[in-house]
Design a protein around this ligand. Structure first.
Ligand code: ZN
Length: 164
């Protein structure tokens, strides 16, 4: 049986990368850039995640589909590259799961018949949880979208909580 391929968006990284499991994990350079300055343990990313770029054809195909569905304005270049990568991998006959919570990403992927992760995939990923905290004043945050401390303005840091 073929190995399952998970294509990860940046929110997938924020919710934690699986330590173990049989899947293969893919993302694009754009996504990696986005999560890098959020200090999401890059050593761990490199040991688990294959970083690759989609084909130009796939990017074009995804872009024109996103235009048709009206999602294009909600999608960044990063989002499009990610959908395109999943599209490529899916076409190559792998068992692909695109992991994203983003509505526009999910919508376009669905139209292109790219399998989407169940939203409960997060459940399997509880092995590492990331905690956001401020090095300046010590305040901790749970909103993964925050980048700055609302108390003192320091750029927030992330650390992995010990697996339970
Ligand atoms: Zn602070």
């Amino acid at each position: 049986m073929a190995e399952t391929i998970f294509v990860l968006d940046s929110t997938a990284f924020y919710s934690g990368i699986p330590y173990q499991g049989n899947g293969k994990y893919y993302t694009t350079y754009n996504v990696l850039e986005e999560v890098k300055h959020q200090s999401v343990g890059s050593a761990l990313i490199h040991s688990r995640v294959q970083v690759t770029e989609p084909s130009k054809e796939a990017v074009d195909q995804v872009s024109s589909m996103a235009q048709k569905t009206g999602d294009i304005s909600a999608l960044s270049a990063t989002d499009i590259s990610l959908i395109a990568l999943a599209f490529d991998l899916n076409k190559n006959g792998g068992t692909v799961n695109l992991v994203s919570d983003d509505f526009a990403i999910r919508n376009v992927a669905q139209v292109l018949k790219i399998p989407l992760s169940e939203t409960n995939i997060r459940g399997e990923w509880k092995k590492i949880m990331w905690k956001l905290y401020c090095k300046g004043c010590g305040k901790e945050y749970t909103n993964p979208k925050l980048t700055q401390c609302i108390v003192c303005g320091t750029t927030l840091s992330r650390k992995a909580l010990k697996p339970t």
